[in-house]
Design a binder for this molecule. Structure first.
Ligand code: PMP
Length: 422
């Protein structure tokens, strides 16, 4: 057949995990949507950098200069990664949650916010008060755009912001971001894109989408924890109170007054996560160089997974939209008669497969979809594919589920503190 392009390798591809039934097995990481394994290239870049790291913007020492150069260069890497406009700010944060809390604090007074109830809590909760309109995500993409249109039409005069995820962390479905942005423009509203689940899988262009802000997390982008970014229009960010008060955010402090920085540093008080930021940049560069391979790798695995789940007795997949839409490799499902937490425990203990169970920090929407899938419970199982996933992992999962549905688990499981364990 045709040559399959190689995807960047992940560290941990050879990890083995113990089985309760005896022995050990290669770990099948089907939980990329929670956190993705570190890329090999990221690991070696970090390894090289570790002896050199120092605080940034803090003097003429050689190590501090190296750190400062890499840190500032990574702003350009991120700017390119999301195809930002000239003049857009790139503020380093801890993660997506931190990025949206920063943006929420930087909004002009009385900004009206429109947000779907399907959003992850990180995108749903930072906006509070009477100016926030939470709207239910309808069952077609077209209706989703109309709902935003109607909600914006009802907003009072003044600044407006629409918050929308690029891809759902529950169903993997892509939302009609460009269409929503076009409608937002009509109402003079800005758009903030939650790219936590989209950025690891698809090229993003702020210019093409005509989106104003984007938030993302390094740990979902094949870099370690602790670094993320908010990228977008500078005016509100420059005018806002600093997100954190402290060193690095100031130009000048006297007995009487503080002059804050006006650039990105304004919101980055405290010694930054130099290593994490560097790792995030390397991961973005790697992904940007391999989008075609990433896309075909994940599409093939997703098709295999969904076909298998569709033929599993009693299995119902969660979906927001009636019609099939473009999606990333994240699939949540319930299996009639089996508790999701128990299934996840058996998959882990007897098959060495890591999946997620629960309501995925998107309680409102997850519960609705779980009900619609015919389940009495409030939870589902989520399988999420990425660069650490292989055909063998998917096949092992499908075989495991078929065996469990047909004849139960091989081991006894008990529930303590809400969690099943062998
Ligand atoms: N948005 C979405 C869609 C997510 O899936 C997540 C993480 N599960 C977040 C935001 C929050 O990311 P973080 O925990 O890295 O802040």
């Amino acid at each position: 057949g045709p040559a399959v392009p190689a995807v960047p390798a992940v560290a941990g591809a050879t990890l083995r995990v113990p089985l309760v039934t005896g022995g050990d097995i290669g770990y099948a990481n089907l939980d990329h949507a929670a956190s993705a394994p570190c890329l090999d290239a990221v690991r070696s870049a970090v390894d090289e950098f570790l002896p050199w790291y120092a605080s940034v913007h803090r003097g003429a020492g050689f190590a501090s200069q190296v750190s400062t150069r890499l840190y500032e260069r990574t702003r350009d890497v991120l700017r390119r990664f999301v195809d930002a406009r000239n003049g857009d700010s790139v503020i380093f944060t801890r993660n997506t949650t931190d990025a949206f809390n920063l943006l929420a604090k930087a909004l002009p007074r009385k900004t009206s916010v429109v947000v779907f109830d399907s959003e992850h809590h990180a995108a749903l909760l930072p906006w509070r008060g009477p100016n926030v309109r939470r709207v239910q995500l309808p069952r077609t993409r077209l209706a989703a755009v109309s709902v935003v249109d109607e909600a914006l039409a009802e907003c009072p005069q003044g600044p407006r912001l629409v918050v929308v995820a690029g891809a759902s962390n529950v169903t993997g479905e892509l939302l009609p971001v460009a269409e929503i942005a076009a409608v937002a423009r009509k109402h003079g509203a800005r758009v903030a894109l939650d790219a936590a689940q989209l950025a690891p899988h698809r090229r993003i262009s702020l210019r093409e989408l005509d989106v104003d802000y984007v938030a993302l997390s390094g740990h979902k982008l094949y870099a370690p924890f602790g670094a993320g970014a908010l990228i977008g229009r500078s005016d509100w960010l420059r005018a806002a109170e600093p997100y954190l008060a402290g060193g690095g955010a100031t130009k000048l402090v006297t007995e009487e007054a503080v002059v804050w920085n006006s650039g990105e540093e304004r919101h980055e008080a405290g010694s930054p996560n130099t290593v994490g930021v560097y790792a995030l940049g390397v991961a973005c560069e790697q992904l940007a160089a391999h989008w075609n391979a990433v896309g075909s790798h994940e599409a093939a695995l997703l098709e295999r997974l969904r076909k298998g789940l569709a033929s599993l007795p009693g299995c119902a997949e969660l979906r927001f939209f009636d019609a099939p839409v473009d999606r990333v490799g994240t699939v949540s499902f319930v299996v009639d008669g089996f508790e999701p937490g128990w299934l996840a425990a058996v998959l882990s203990a007897e098959y060495g497969i890591g999946v997620r169970d629960g309501a995925f920090c998107a309680h409102v929407a997850a519960r609705r979809l779980i009900r619609e899938a015919g389940s009495e419970g409030q939870q589902a199982v989520r399988v999420s594919l990425g660069l650490g996933s292989t055909e063998e992992h998917v096949d092992r999962l499908l075989l495991a589920l078929r065996q469990i549905v047909a004849r139960g688990a091989r081991w006894e499981y008990t529930k303590a503190d809400g969690r099943w364990a062998p």
